[in-house]
Design a protein around this ligand. Structure first.
Ligand SMILES: [Zn+2]
Length: 191
């Protein structure tokens, strides 16, 4: 096992979580959004594990350990946008579940990855981050909560994705990871 890429994947996913938390600070500008009622229960552990597995399953399509881990961990850490709300601020708890967040954060993580052991291919890292977001929504929908502020901060409205969107999103994530795999394979051959 190569430990450096794995360490990079862990650090990048922590950075992703920090970016998600920072993004949720934008919610302070929109305090009229319905406040969050934090629920702490053993179910939370199940949810974290399920998010990780949904991400890992799609990430496995890259046929590489570190990117698979990155997909799994990012799928968990995106939920650090809940922390502000859980701490009692009148901020919606799902502000990172939005298109603008994932586009900006995947570019940022791809950029940050250039300094990491996954440096060989920042485009592939971006694809994996996008995929991890899709798997996150997939599990949220599968577990019965498909309401997302998809166009935050342009709009604070929530959009409901239908239940059957979850397998579509998960398959979409697998496809993105297959693209990332091709990209990694191509850059490995070029060297
Ligand atoms: Zn979520």
């Amino acid at each position: 096992m190569q430990s450096r890429p794995v360490t990079s994947a862990i650090l990048l996913s922590l950075l992703f979580g920090a970016v998600s938390l920072s993004w949720s600070l934008l919610g302070l500008l929109f305090p009229f959004v319905v406040p969050y009622k934090a629920v702490y229960s053993p179910a939370l552990l199940g949810e974290v594990t399920a998010h990780f597995l949904f991400g890992l399953a799609a990430g496995a399509a890259t046929a590489r350990l570190a990117p698979a881990l990155l997909a799994g961990l990012e799928a968990v850490f995106i939920d650090s946008d809940h922390l502000m709300a859980a701490a009692g601020f009148a901020v919606d708890a799902r502000l990172s579940h939005s298109v603008a967040f994932i586009l900006l954060s995947s570019l940022l993580i791809a950029r940050a990855s250039r300094r990491s052991a996954l440096a060989s291919n920042s485009r592939a890292v971006m694809l994996v981050t996008l995929a991890s977001f899709l798997t996150h929504l997939a599990y949220d929908i599968a577990s019965g909560d498909g309401d997302f502020p998809l166009f935050f901060p342009l709009s604070v409205s929530f959009y409901n994705l239908p239940y059957l969107a979850w397998p579509v999103l998960e398959v979409g994530a697998v496809c993105l990871c297959l693209l990332a795999r091709r990209s990694w394979d191509a850059s490995a051959e070029a060297r």
